[in-house]
Design a protein around this ligand. Structure first.
Ligand code: ADP
Ligand code: MG
Length: 382
């Protein structure tokens, strides 16, 4: 929304809750906590007392406030997490909110004592999909989020920071070589034909998520949004979707190791390119305890979601997505619809790792493999 006369669009523009707009504690959070409905992790963690003690603080890098941080969960009580960070300091300065949210989502992780460790070594994946599971796998996709440590996170971003980020990443992807080399498209300048092609390939992200809009993710849409894909379309970058970057490796079929190996190589190439162009020694926003810093606390740590789309029509008919999800959760995984989060389910589901913080990437991929094998076995036993 550019003109002051246009009504804000809840799917893209930042609309603040009435109370938060006035920097007041939203009593609807208390009401919500007393109801029997689902309570977001934010609402579980927040109290009026915490709000009062934090409400006049602004973080140093992004001027992030507690009111901005909790807007999504206040406006959308059904959200699972319900809070967002505007910079690295958000997690420290508003730790009274974020620590319980993080420890709740990333069950078992203790912020006071634990450290996050990164390990993208493909040789440490020692288990494999069964033949039966492999035959049901339609596609594999592993993504990580990465944010640049010299810009605010996108909920706190301006048009300028978003543009600078897109310009920088465009320069970096232009230096990629070999199988990583490809083409960069901007939402603002792609032709109709290019748009259609990216939609057909399922590569285009289109914003339009009310909960994400309430965090500020989609502000200034579609400015500075872009997609890069390698010539073979198996290495993809999303620029300024929510995080500054989503780095994605994907292909048809179930060769998980190949997808994971390419992802690791791609992340390294992007990091090296960024260091070279900016002259900075450290480019990704990270923290020894929290790992990779992301706008949503659920993505902290590895910032990785590895998923397979697996065809299990009988199992879906028998127990539905919810039933399958329950089993997946017991195996530290999650089941989603195959057109992304909150999407409809027909004959296939998306199985992915649920844990991200305090675990190595290679181990989380093994969680996903084990869960895909289990789901496949259950399908075959019906
Ligand atoms: P995330 O936010 O983790 O990237 P979403 O659930 O929002 O995941 O999905 C993003 C997009 O990626 C959706 O279009 C979804 O269909 C696609 N996708 C996710 N996993 C796979 C997969 N294994 N194969 C093909 N497409 C996938
Ligand atoms: Mg998503």
């Amino acid at each position: 929304m550019d003109e002051k006369t246009t009504k804000p669009n809840p799917y893209f523009d930042l609309i603040m809750d009435e109370d938060l707009e006035k920097n007041q504690w939203p009593s609807k959070i208390d009401e919500h906590k007393q109801s029997t409905k689902h309570v977001s992790l934010m609402a579980q963690a927040m109290t009026k007392e915490k709000f009062e003690s934090l409400k006049n603080h602004k973080t140093a890098s992004a001027n992030w406030t507690i009111a901005r941080a909790i807007n999504t969960g206040t406006c959308y009580p059904s959200s699972f997490v319900g809070c967002h960070a505007g910079d690295l300091e958000s997690y420290k300065d508003f730790s009274e909110l974020f620590d319980p949210v993080i420890e709740n989502y990333h069950a078992g992780f203790k912020i006071s004592t634990d450290k996050h460790i990164t390990d993208l070594d493909v040789n440490k994946i020692t288990i494999d999909l069964t033949k039966e599971a492999k035959s049901k796998i339609i596609s594999t996709r592993i993504r990580v989020a990465r944010n640049l440590n010299f810009y605010p996170l996108n909920p706190a971003g301006s048009k300028e920071t978003r543009n600078e980020i897109a310009d920088l990443i465009e320069k970096v992807v232009n230096t990629l070589e070999g199988d990583l080399k490809g083409q960069f498209f901007r939402h603002t300048t792609m032709t109709e034909e290019q748009t259609q092609k990216l939609i057909d390939d399922h590569f285009l992200f289109r914003g339009k998520d009310e909960m994400q809009a309430a965090s500020g993710y989609h502000e200034h849409w579609p400015i500075a949004r872009g997609v890069f894909h390698s010539d073979a379309k198996d290495f993809i970058l999303w620029i300024n979707e929510g995080d500054h970057m989503r780095i994605i490796s994907m292909e048809q079929g179930g060769d998980i190791k190949r997808v994971f190996e390419r992802l690791g190589r791609g992340i390294d190439a992007i990091e090296e390119g960024l260091k070279k162009i900016t002259g900075k020694e450290s480019v990704f926003m990270s923290d020894p305890t929290l790992g990779m810093i992301t706008c949503c606390p659920s993505n902290l740590g590895t910032a990785m979601r590895g998923s397979v789309h697996i065809r299990v029509p009988k199992l879906i008919a028998k127990m539905g997505l919810e039933g399958i999800d329950k089993i997946a959760r017991e195996m530290n995984c999650q089941a989603r619809g195959s057109s992304g989060e909150h999407s409809e389910v027909i004959d296939r589901i998306d199985i992915s790792n649920w844990r991200r913080l305090g675990f190595k990437e290679c181990d989380l991929i093994q969680d996903m493999i084990k869960c895909a094998n289990k789901v496949s076995e259950m399908e075959d036993n019906i």
